[in-house]
Design a binder for this molecule. Structure first.
Ligand code: PEP
Ligand code: CO
Length: 586
């Protein structure tokens, strides 16, 4: 090998070391933030053997050339240093056997960060463990009886014979299984979703390219202000109380090809105009664009067959390309950076349009692409909260709302208002579990439920969902998405009928009133461009033969401005009827 080759390889190693150091420092900083978040718990040492075991096992399962032992060794050391950041760990040892062997084995198991101290008796070690001041390391035979609150787990064994145990206080979240009634949830971190089953996430071929993109995203400024995130939450609390109406709308999927300042403005102007129409019915309107982050799409099938070849499905411009070729459909993490650039440009345009009343147009999107979302989470020291800088409001889609899944895990830890799409397949139990996980404190404005049942299902399913939430005495916002349950095919394309959209909207308002909750507004897929994607309408109805003329969407069919204004008028009328009913009842 020539000298300059060697120099290049060494240079690469140096650069990897720099990156590793950067990651280790980020990991330590997160640990410190967790300690702050735990507040008072911090003074007392608590073991998390189960969490540590899970972390190591997950990485061992992933590691290909690296051996399981090497992974365990490196991560136990890392975790030991992280724990030191949260609470200094003291290991109190006692043995009447081989001291050197015990020290060697303890270092293997607990890393080199913690201080080792010898004590005079196993009882003395356990007394310190009971006080949460230390972890006792003693021979297995000397661990009984254990003081109250102390748990022992085996650390050393030889040929099936247990030699020593570690004993200490275990963190509450490990004492009981998660998710049971009245039980505490496990600790959250921006990456805790990675330990949960995830659906709809792309499979990236090059993990290094992915972490490079994540790191670059993590270094960027948030697109939204925490102050406005909190402002929107207050407004959504008013929506839940019937004091305001929510109008949420924008593209099904933003794309690189459709982006221009004029188009962003046209869609935002349409939203503002619709807001004025709906607001004329009396209640103030909260305008939330489906923009500046609406990049990734859930798909019913993650692959498709094109000309005898199975390709990954198009998952949105932040993931892969629309063109049906293997190269374009291969998920590329660098797309997240381009998407974020475009989102920042879109956001800047949105913030420049201040509508009547000075209220900002807020931004929202589906929190689907979790590597992107995680990289844009920020920690606010002042209020000691994690929040997402990727949009004011994030929602969880109908396909990723598993209460035990990765997307719900991610959403539960951020302070932003959260929407949940509710399709006909959502059971009452799951809905209540979702609310428990996402909104344990029952904070006003935290959750908005977005019913997207479809005209065929709304009557059968909306009353049971509303009833389940009311039965628990919970107050959440309810709005209707009359688009996603009404998709059908015509002339070889995906489309939606205005008549279906209008009828589901009407049914939603009527059923909400009958079930005693406020119909809080509407969620629409629309664009300021004169597209021909949905059929029907009052002002300028579209027929099947028109569909091909300007069918531009990358995903679902959108309302054009005429059709969107038709629906805005309908909502204004329904809101006015509701207000009339209340006035008569009063
Ligand atoms: C969407 O809003 O684009 C979407 C995919 O919705 P849902 O999760 O309700 O199907
Ligand atoms: Co859609």
């Amino acid at each position: 090998m020539r000298d300059h080759d060697l120099a290049r390889l060494r240079g690469e190693i140096d650069s990897l070391d720099d990156q590793l150091l950067d990651l280790v420092e980020r990991r330590l900083a997160l640990s410190a933030a967790i300690a702050v978040a735990k507040g008072a718990d911090r003074a007392h040492l608590k073991l998390r053997p189960e969490r540590q075991r899970a972390v190591v096992a997950r990485l061992q399962a992933k590691a290909a050339p690296a051996s399981a032992d090497a992974v365990a060794h490196v991560w136990r050391e890392l975790m030991a240093h992280s724990l030191e950041r949260q609470a200094p760990t003291r290991l109190m040892l006692w043995t009447d056997g081989d001291r050197e062997q015990l020290v060697r084995l303890v270092r293997e198991r607990f890393g080199s960060a913690a201080a080792l101290l010898w004590t005079i008796s196993p009882e003395e070690a356990l007394r310190h463990a009971a006080g949460g001041e230390a972890v006792a390391i003693i021979p297995s035979g000397r661990a009984a009886p254990l003081p109250a609150g102390v748990v022992a787990f085996e650390i050393l064994h030889d040929a099936g014979r247990s030699l020593a145990v570690a004993a200490g206080r275990v963190a509450e979240e490990e004492e009981e299984e998660e998710d049971g009634p009245g039980r505490r949830a496990a600790p959250w971190s921006p990456g805790s979703w990675r330990e949960r089953p995830a659906t709809q996430l792309p499979v990236y071929r090059d993990p290094r390219a992915l972490s490079r993109a994540e790191r670059r995203l993590a270094g960027r400024a948030p697109l939204v202000d925490l102050h406005d995130v909190d402002g929107l939450r207050q407004r959504l609390a008013e929506v839940a109380e019937g004091k305001a109406l929510l109008l949420q709308g924008g593209d099904c999927a933003e794309t690189f090809r459709e982006h221009s300042a004029a188009r962003v403005r046209a869609t935002a102007d349409l939203l503002l105009d619709m807001g004025r129409t709906i607001g004329a019915a009396g209640r103030p309107v909260v305008q939330v664009a489906r923009m500046a982050g609406q990049w990734a799409k859930p798909r019913s099938s993650l692959t498709e067959w094109v000309g005898g070849v199975e390709l990954p499905a198009y998952q949105g411009d932040a993931v892969n390309g629309e063109a049906a070729t293997p190269a374009s459909r291969t998920p590329d993490p660098a797309r997240m950076l381009r998407a974020h650039d475009q989102a920042a440009a879109t956001a800047a345009l949105l913030w420049s349009l201040v509508p009547d009343g000075g209220e900002p147009v807020y931004a929202s999107h589906e929190a689907l692409l979790l590597p992107y979302e995680q990289a844009l989470v920020r920690y606010d020291e002042l209020s000691d909260r994690w929040w997402s800088g990727s949009g004011h409001m994030l929602w969880i889609g109908d396909r990723t709302r598993d209460p035990a899944g990765a997307h719900v895990e991610f959403a539960r830890g951020i302070a932003n208002p959260i929407g949940v799409k509710c399709g006909p397949g959502l059971g009452e139990d799951d809905l209540l579990r979702l609310l428990d996980r996402l909104d344990p404190e029952q904070a006003p404005g935290r959750v908005t439920l977005i019913a997207r049942l479809g005209l065929r299902h709304v009557e059968a399913h909306l009353p049971r969902l509303i009833g389940a939430v009311r039965g628990e005495g919970r107050r959440v916002g309810w709005i209707v998405d009359p688009m996603h349950g009404n998709t059908r095919r015509a002339a070889g394309r995906k489309t939606r009928l205005l008549a279906d959209i209008a009828a589901e909207t009407r049914a939603f308002f009527q059923i909400a009133a009958a079930e005693g909750v406020e119909a809080g507004g509407i969620h629409l897929e629309l664009t300021g461009q004169a597209v021909t994607e949905c059929l029907g309408g009052d002002r300028r109805p579209l027929a099947e033969r028109d569909l091909g003329r300007a069918y531009l969407t990358a995903c679902d069919p959108r309302l054009n401005p005429d059709q969107a204004r038709d629906i805005a008028e309908l909502v204004a009328g329904l809101a006015a009827e509701g207000a009339g009913r209340e006035a008569r009842a009063a």
